[in-house]
Design a protein around this ligand. Structure first.
Ligand code: NAD
Length: 290
């Protein structure tokens, strides 16, 4: 099985490297020539378009920022769709709108091409270690066929339902992560204002009920004032916007997510959209004058 990989950013690059390490032949493409060269140095083959990747490989994995990027990669001139033929499969691992996933799946079905929406959680360190969590929507038989391939990048690969369910799951994940970071940021600002040491407070509470994977990942960054991404604020804004849009489509109400969106928007106005989402803590510091 020859694997195509399109989108070699913070996540895609280490994920593609793990597919290579597992022994698969991999053909890569990204707009960024340096990323293609880096993967070629690790043994990947180079392509010059999505069309070429789709023509030459059996399974095309995409790892792109948002729905419009996946749309462009699939359907623009020289894109993936132009190179697809019956029996191939597209696995989109980007975090995008579940509605867009369903639209892409329907369009690809017309070409007799299978589609899975398989977004991931875990961030760059887990992408490097090959321990990300993958949440997959699509036909169960297609999931079963590519389970081993997805496991080359992952600590867990979980089937969550029909196409779109992968991204519904991912949006829920992003709502919980954003809420957690905001809770940590607000609490630690309170701790500073009240005169205790955030480092000692962190050590005291991380093993208790308030402790979380998010706290363990983000609190050291907040303490070290290291806001280099990681996961950029602009990508989290994208996820919260997709959650709000989907929520309104299905007549749900998600008020905490709406509030978090405004906090992240305020950070964007401050020019921090390229920084890690741990910088949500800086919002609480700003409104508290510390
Ligand atoms: P990124 O911006 O670092 O990388 C995106 C890559 O896609 C870039 O290299 C860009 O050049 C390339 N690209 C964009 N459009 C393209 C096209 N049409 N054809 C070819 N290449 C194209 O983003 P990232 O941080 O790797 O995130 C990718 C996805 O994974 C996003 O949906 C994000 O929300 C999700 N995600 C990110 C993290 C994280 O911690 N960074 C964690 C989990 C999930």
């Amino acid at each position: 099985m020859y694997i195509g990989f399109i989108g070699l950013g913070i996540m895609g690059k280490p994920m593609a490297k793990n597919v290579l390490k597992a022994g698969y032949d991999v053909l890569v493409f990204d707009f960024n020539e340096n990323s293609i060269t880096e993967l070629a140095n690790e043994g990947a083959n180079k392509a010059s378009s999505g069309k070429e990747v789709a023509e030459k490989t059996d399974v095309i994995i995409t790892m792109l920022p948002n729905s419009p990027n996946v749309d462009a990669a699939l359907f623009d001139e020289n894109g993936i769709a132009e190179g697809l033929s019956s029996g191939k499969t597209v696995i989109d691992m980007s975090s995008i709108s579940p509605v867009a996933s369903q639209e892409f799946s329907t369009k690809l079905e017309e070409l007799n091409v299978d589609f899975l929406d398989a977004p991931v959680s875990g961030g760059e360190p887990k992408a490097v270690d090959g321990t990300i969590a993958v949440m997959v929507g699509g036909d169960k038989s297609v999931f079963d066929k590519y389970y081993d391939l997805m496991m080359t990048m992952a600590g867990s690969v979980t089937y969550v339902g029909e196409v779109g369910a992968g991204n519904i799951t991912k949006l829920a994940n992003q709502m919980v992560v954003a809420t957690n970071i905001a809770a940590v940021g607000e609490a630690m600002t309170f701790v500073k204002k009240a005169g205790a040491d955030p480092k000692l407070v962190f050590e005291a509470i991380r093993g208790g009920l308030a402790g979380s994977t998010v706290m363990d990942a983000k609190m050291p960054m907040i303490l070290d004032r290291n806001f280099e991404p990681g996961f950029r604020i602009q990508l989290h804004i994208k996820d919260l916007q997709n959650a709000l849009d989907t929520s309104h489509d299905v007549n749900a109400s998600i008020p905490i997510t709406a509030q978090l969106m405004e906090i992240m928007q305020s950070l964007k106005i401050d020019g921090l959209e390229g920084k890690d989402h741990a910088s949500v803590a800086q919002y609480f510091e700003k409104i508290n004058n510390i």
